[in-house]
Design a protein around this ligand. Sequence first.
Ligand SMILES: Cc1cc2nc3c(=O)[nH]c(=O)nc-3n(C[C@H](O)[C@H](O)[C@H](O)COP(=O)(O)O)c2cc1C
Length: 306
Amino acid sequence: MENNIKPCLAVKVGSMEMRNPVMTASGTFGYGWEFSDFMPLETLGAFIVKGTTLAPREGNPYPRMAETPSGMLNAVGLQNKGVDYFVNNIYNMVKGYGSNLVVNVSGSQPEDYAEVARRLAPLDGVKAIEVNISCPNVKQGGMAFGTTCAGAEAVTKAVRQAWPRTLIVKLSPNVTDITEIARAAEGAGADAVSLINTLMGMAVDVERRRPMLSTVTGGLSGPAVRPVAVRMVWQTAKAVKIPVIGLGGIASGRDAIEFMLAGARAIEVGTANFINPAVCVEIVDWISDWCVRHGVKDINEIVGEI
Ligand SMILES: Cc1cc2nc3c(=O)[nH]c(=O)nc-3n(C[C@H](O)[C@H](O)[C@H](O)COP(=O)(O)O)c2cc1C
């Protein structure tokens, strides 16, 4: 392939067309505007905003973050001002960034999730919702739904009835067999699954003789979780027909390609945004260069090559 021919990086998830496979992970990219000084948001395939719930949530008490080897633990606990605040105060500011806007949705009952989806449905600029059935940091943060097939199915079905556009269901790694849960979500009408959310972890301050987090346990993210995530993406991509979105520890273009070879149609970048707020642009450029080096004309060719 001649070096001056740009590879096609466009991918499709449900009805959402993205100029490249790079998305930002919920809870690590605010509402996008916090990052707009560091990069043009239109270079992203999509950006996923904070977890949004029906009622406002204050989140968990501090301390709720701790650094761990090659990763971090968090127990933020879905702090947000609720869906009505998003609809009335945030949507107009973030809909014009020139990239696909995706809202991450959480709840403690299937009906809560569906109601959030219903209130977002009239906003044409929200191209997809990502349903979080996998938050380990709040008592009823959805992880209960993400750890049984019946729970995953109930939430997906309820949201499917309320939401007309692309529906992504975000899966928990805190299960024995993630492929069963993925199949349940697919059967109930999901257009795609994304994985992984954080792995449950814990760290102790041995001088204070206290847990590092107020909640004792929290969610582990960052490069430490990447091999677990790649394995789960590989297994899931073989088990479902819908697109798989891969995430967990992606910090470079190399990592992104690793997930795509393992079966991810698109990828999300989370914790790495905290270290380098322009990392997503660098990842897009690296993927493009990699395609040129490997003679890949269309990124879709390599999805699930392994
Ligand atoms: C501080 C923080 C807040 C998060 N909040 C959410 C959230 O609101 N909804 C959600 O689905 N995932 C949330 N996550 C999980 C991430 O989106 C992602 O699934 C996880 O961190 C693994 O990816 P990473 O290793 O690239 O960070 C959060 C993660 C962190 C570190």
